[in-house]
Design a protein around this ligand. Structure first.
Ligand code: AMP
Ligand code: ZN
Length: 112
């Protein structure tokens, strides 16, 4: 399987970690949609939130959200948004689960 985020998590593709532990990695999005645009992902490959739910790894799920909300809180003084695009209609382009952390400007709704 050729997964770009597995390659980043494995160090094969360089990226600056904004947070890393044994389970979770956060990096800056290469194509930022807001002044703060980070991606928080599990090191282990799960295609999307449904796959992680199927794996029933509650600790990893909790940590993913804890890290994402902590980064949002630190960088979004006026608020932030966590997004998980899932599947084709959800706008997912990389099939390795990641939480977008967006902050630094008022974010429109609905998202499109
Ligand atoms: P999604 O479309 O929700 O699957 O999000 C994938 C995100 O990954 C997009 O916002 C891309 O800009 C971002 N992305 C793709 N390749 C890289 C990379 N090498 N480093 C950082 N972000 C990336
Ligand atoms: Zn992967």
């Amino acid at each position: 399987m050729d997964c770009i985020f597995c390659r980043i998590a494995g160090g094969e593709i360089p990226a600056t970690p904004l947070y890393r532990d044994d389970d979770v990695l956060a990096i800056a999005d290469i194509n930022p949609q807001a002044p703060t645009h980070l991606l928080v992902m599990p090191i282990a490959h799960h295609a999307n939130i449904g796959a992680l739910s199927d794996a029933a790894d509650a600790a990893l799920t909790a940590k993913l959200f804890a890290v994402a909300s902590q980064l949002g809180r630190e960088r979004g003084a006026n608020g932030y948004r966590l997004v998980m695009n899932t599947g084709a209609d959800g706008g997912q382009t990389v099939d390795h689960l990641h939480v977008h952390v967006l902050a630094g400007r008022p974010l429109g709704w609905p998202p499109g």
